[in-house]
Structures are given as C-alpha cells and as structure tokens.
Design a protein around this ligand. Structure first.
Ligand code: INI
Length: 161
C-alpha cells in the first residue's frame, strides 16, 4: 500500500483567513482558534493574512479574490450564521456554502469551511471554543492538511509502509 503524505512539513505555507463580522463575538473566537492552530502547525505569523468581510454572504467573493492572487496555499473561511427564525438564514447559508465550494472547484486552492450554521447563539458559542470545540481550529487543521497533501498528488504516493 502506498499512501499520499499530508503530514510532511514541506515548504512554508501562506494562508489567508476570510472572516465574517456579523455575530462578531463568535467570529472572533473562531479566528482565535484558527490562528492558534496555524501557529501550532508551524505557519509563521507573517504568513497568516486576515480579511474581514461584513457577513457570511460576502465570504466567497473575498475568498475568490484571494485565491486568484496565487499567493496562498490554503484559505480558511470563518463566520457564524444563526437562524433566529428568519428565512434570511437559508439564503445566507446557501450563498456561503455554494460560493465557497465554487471557489475551491474553480481555483484548485483548498478552502476550509469554518462557517457555523446554528439554530441559536448558544449553539454557536459551544462550537467557538465551548464544549463542542472550536470549528475555527478544525478548519485550520483541514486547510493545512490539504495544502500539504495537494502538491504530492501530482507526484505520486510515497513508499509502501
Ligand atoms: N450574516 C452572517 O454572517 N450571519 C448571520 O446570521 C446573518 N443573518 O442572520 O442575517 C448574516 N447576514 C448578513 C449577510 O451575510 C450579508 O452581510 C448581508 O446580507 C449584506 O450582503
């Protein structure tokens, strides 16, 4: 069996984070989680570039602009969409999920999805450094893993183990 490596250190990574300001107190915690995880995984502070956008709906546009620069090996998207009993929730959720998927498909740059979609604020805080962990941290892990895996897919897998 030959396995593609996703844990190799490789070269330095430059990572962009796009974060929605709407539900700011939750977004800040997601950003803290993502930033801490990138540091743990060896990404230099100077190589972590953060773009704030008004809300989750604007995330895909900023992510695409950053991906198109060719400067980033991965992009992390963070935000909090909270239902609050309005159909607006579904439109914003559809916009951000479809949009992020399209950026990844069209550009080939891995885009990690750390946008919470919850029924209420409590559920959001539980997932932003509370009892259900920090989805910003999880998204950073996914971003680094994909950034390290993708270049090797073209080269072929490593030795049998
Ligand atoms: N944006 C969010 O990030 N989270 C929300 O919960 C939210 N709600 O509920 O309305 C939200 N709306 C704003 C939206 O993302 C855009 O910024 C706005 O529609 C302007 O385009």
């Amino acid at each position: 069996m030959k396995v593609f490596e996703s844990e190799r250190t490789g070269g330095p990574l430059r990572v962009a984070i796009v974060v929605g300001r709407f539900n700011h107190l939750v977004s800040v915690r997601l950003l803290e989680g993502a930033n801490a995880e990138l540091h743990r995984r060896g990404v230099a502070a100077d190589d972590i570039h953060v773009a704030w956008v008004p809300g989750a709906f604007e995330i895909p546009q900023a992510a695409r602009a950053l991906a198109d620069t060719g400067r980033y090996q991965a992009i992390i998207t963070l935000g909090a969409v909270i239902r609050g009993g309005t159909p607006h929730f579904d439109f914003v959720c559809d916009g951000v999920t479809d949009g992020v998927r399209e950026v990844m498909r069209d550009t080939g740059v891995p885009v990690a999805f750390g946008v919470l979609t919850t029924d209420d604020v409590e559920q959001a805080f539980e997932r932003a450094g509370g009892e259900h962990g920090n989805k910003g941290c999880d998204a950073a892990q996914a971003a680094v893993e994909m950034a390290r895996l993708l270049p090797g897919l073209a080269e072929g897998p490593g030795n049998a183990s």
